[in-house]
Design a protein around this ligand. Structure first.
Ligand SMILES: [Zn+2]
Length: 232
């Protein structure tokens, strides 16, 4: 189980894991987060069929996993929160693990440990790997497209509207076409859903206790969107 703080490409860098079938399970701490990680099967809906697909690592039956962006975690990169320093593992190496601002040891993140255990370069895909899709929660896409916080009424209203029309959040995030989305919702939200699906994102990895940020729209676009907020 790859957990929220890692995804398949991080595990693929270690050949010792090639024989293992990686699965992705959602935590159930809060109902609205159910399904933020998941496994997509094409089998009968039975324990036997599902366990068989996992054991055999059969790509016809175990189609893909759904992943949360591990960069959103608080300890993905290395760094120092108080010094405002965030570094990739390669940069940390360049600084010998020492913070260039305060001269103390850097707080090391998850990716650095992956780098340490890796025998393969970043981006390596093993032959028998099950593929994956990285998703952003629909309410976060709506919030960013509307230029508001995700726990607001406007977001809830659009969320409900989309789910009622497409039956599930997965259908909205993974399947609905631009044309169909635009018939139901605002063009900015449709654009956000498409960009999230294609992975066209601005990613700032978390470090030393600071949550990472994933943005769909550039800062310039965000300013325009928040000016339109009164229209929604
Ligand atoms: Zn420092």
């Amino acid at each position: 189980e790859t957990g929220l703080s890692s995804d398949p490409p991080m595990s693929w860098r270690n050949p010792a894991l090639d024989e293992i079938t990686l699965i992705s399970c959602s935590d159930a701490h809060s109902p609205e987060n159910l399904g933020r990680e998941a496994n997509a099967f094409n089998t009968d809906l039975s324990y036997q069929a599902i366990i068989e697909a996992i054991k055999l690592k059969d790509p016809e039956k175990f189609l893909y996993t759904i992943e949360f962006y591990p960069q959103e975690g608080k300890y993905h990169y290395d760094g120092h929160r108080n010094c405002g320093i965030s570094l990739s593992p390669k940069e940390t190496k360049k600084y010998n693990g020492i913070c260039p601002v305060c001269g103390r040891l850097l707080t090391i993140g998850v990716l650095n440990r992956v780098e340490e255990l890796a025998d393969r370069e970043e981006g390596f895909v093993p032959e028998n790997a099950i593929s994956y899709k990285s998703l952003i929660l629909l309410r976060e896409i709506i919030a960013e497209a509307l230029g508001v916080e995700s726990a607001t009424k406007g977001v809830q209203k659009e969320y409900k509207n989309l789910i009622e029309n497409f039956d599930s959040e997965f259908n909205v995030l993974l399947k609905a076409s631009r044309g169909d989305l635009e018939k139901i919702t605002f063009p900015e939200i449709a654009e956000g859903i498409l960009r999230a699906r294609e992975g066209k994102l601005f990613i700032e990895p978390g470090y030393d206790g600071v949550y990472g940020k994933i943005r769909i729209f550039s800062k310039g676009e965000q300013r325009k969107l928040s000016r339109q907020e009164t229209l929604f």
